[in-house]
Design a protein around this ligand. Sequence first.
Ligand SMILES: [Ca+2]
Length: 86
Amino acid sequence: MSQLMQAMDLLKAVFDKYAGKEGAKDTLTKKELAELLRIEFSGSGSQSKAEMDKFFGMLDNDGDGVVSFEEYVSFVAALTVISTEK
Ligand SMILES: [Ca+2]
């Protein structure tokens, strides 16, 4: 398996772990996203509700109130670009 495929598998595994907690299993609710951020990005500290709402709105591109895998992947890609920029 290529490194890229391994990375995608890992991204999907993290997504599935949180997306399966409540509601539809293939989308993240605001609560699930908050938990993912808190646990997987523990360095970023705790977000206020207003910050979380703003962040969720950024991820939810189509505005349907949940974050799909596609929306999550484009977020992770954007985050990777930002964090590797010199
Ligand atoms: Ca959405």
